[in-house]
Design a protein around this ligand. Structure first.
Ligand code: S3P
Length: 438
């Protein structure tokens, strides 16, 4: 399958001032919480990518009036905690794991039935991690064989709060259970084995919903109400990551990335790159709507391989494809362990990155829970993104250091998280051309 193809001429550098699109995780949550709040929620900086739009469309299908998005502005006319209406047909969530897992929690306690479906990739991803704890709360959900989507959620179940120690460090599982907890009787507590992104917790508080945090646990009491608020979505650090890596590896580069979210549960990419020798400065750190934000200045710097601290894995979980490109351009060996979750993302990111890096002449050995990459000279070649947006954008940046053209197949899904990527990257100096080979 080729579909949308990126062709990136080798070499060059990145420079200028950029603002990458809004944070995907925060954009999803703004729609979900705005929809079930009392009053009108105004969102700015909303990510107009396919994943967040799938969430938006799902709530429209459940009777929520939503204006926009227009230039990142969305106005959500909240229907209140019990105001959602039965959707007409299935809720198709495309490629979006966040939509499916969080909605499963939110819909488990509704009085109506719903059917959650997704594309081929989403229909392969593990859903038992949410359906099992939801079933313990009293939800009735039928999945396909193997526990995957489509998920048929039977309405009218009475949910009861549970105390759930999560077996995987997953913000999606945590958020799913907290959203179900809003509709459950009593208290729902989730304990994480390692810190994961806390946007749901921050946003629930911004909507006036009390949370109880105690160490690695977070709890909600069911039955409360959310009050509409204004939300400012910062630029997505996961999208900025491609530019942090690109500017770090390409001699002569200097970029200013504006208004990037630097929530400490998301900033692992900055720590890992700095440990590799990257030159990244945080300018004008500030708080915007309950989330920390800064402008990031990044300059080219020679990188060296490191052993990545497994504690940083959940804090950089979406940035590893880009970090693997940094490792390929670094001097020496980079070792990643404790990252088996990468195998169940939009693609098996360990296998797919190892395969692509090898095609570009790099020694990359996948392991069960990580990868070992020997830095070296990148050559040109043709790689397959397997429909995974972050793989496609990572290999586009690799061309900055390749000695020949890098061609990347199957790039349409870049629109799930980063509409306009090619244009923004070209403006900064990446010699990228996009074609649609049907
Ligand atoms: C997300 C959490 C992460 C991340 C995904 C978005 C979220 O998944 O990979 O892109 O918005 O909660 P896990 O929590 O399953 O690791």
């Amino acid at each position: 399958m080729s579909g949308v193809v990126f062709r990136v001429a080798p070499g060059g550098s990145l420079s200028g001032t950029l603002r990458v699109p809004g944070d995907k995780s925060i954009s999803h949550r703004s729609i979900m919480l705005g929809a079930i709040a009392d009053g009108v929620t105004r969102v700015e900086g909303f990510l107009e990518g396919e994943d967040a739009l799938a969430t938006l469309q799902a709530f429209r299908s459940m009777g929520v009036e939503i204006e926009g998005p227009q230039a990142g502005r969305v106005v959500i006319h909240g229907v209140g905690r019990d105001g959602l209406r039965p959707p007409q047909g299935e809720l198709y969530l495309g490629n979006s794991g966040t939509s499916m897992r969080l909605l499963a929690g939110l819909l488990a306690g509704q009085p109506f039935d719903s059917l959650l479906t997704g594309d081929e990739s989403l229909s392969r991803r593990p859903m038992k991690r949410v359906t099992e704890p939801l079933a313990r709360m009293g939800a009735r959900i039928d999945a396909a064989e193997g526990g995957t989507a489509p998920l048929r959620i039977h309405g009218g179940s009475r949910l009861t709060g549970i105390d759930y120690p999560m077996p995987v460090a997953s913000a999606q599982v945590k958020s799913c259970l907290l959203l179900a907890g809003l509709y459950a009787e009593g208290r729902t507590c989730v304990t994480e084995p390692a810190p994961t992104r806390d946007h749901t917790e921050r946003m629930l508080e911004a909507f006036g919903y009390p949370l109880h945090r105690d160490g690695a646990s977070v709890c909600v009491e069911g039955g409360g109400r959310l009050t509409a608020t204004d939300i400012h979505v910062p630029a997505d650090i996961s999208s900025a990551a491609f530019f942090l890596v690109g500017a770090s590896i390409a001699p002569g580069s200097e970029l200013l990335l504006e208004h990037v979210g630097i929530n400490p549960t998301r900033d692992g990419v900055i720590h890992i790159l700095r440990q590799m020798g990257a030159h990244i400065e945080l300018l004008a750190p500030r708080q915007v709507g309950g989330e920390p934000v800064a402008d990031l200045r990044v300059r080219h710097a020679p990188l060296h391989g490191i052993e990545i601290d497994p504690a940083l894995v959940p804090l950089a979980i979406d940035e590893f494809p880009a970090l693997f490109v940094a490792a390929a351009c670094a001097e020496g060996r980079t070792v990643l362990r404790g990252a088996e979750e990468l195998r169940v993302k939009e693609s098996d990111r360990i296998a797919v990155m190892a395969d692509g890096l090898r095609r570009l002449g790099i020694t990359a050995e996948p392991t069960a829970d990580g990868i070992v990459i020997e830095g070296g000279a990148l050559r040109g070649g043709r790689v397959e993104s397997h429909g995974d947006h972050r793989i496609a954008m990572s290999f586009a940046m690799a061309a900055l250091r390749a000695d020949g053209e890098v061609v990347i197949d199957d790039c349409a899904n870049v629109n799930t998280s980063f509409p306009g990527f090619a244009g923004l990257a070209a403006g900064a100096g990446l010699a990228i051309q996009v074609s649609d080979d049907g």
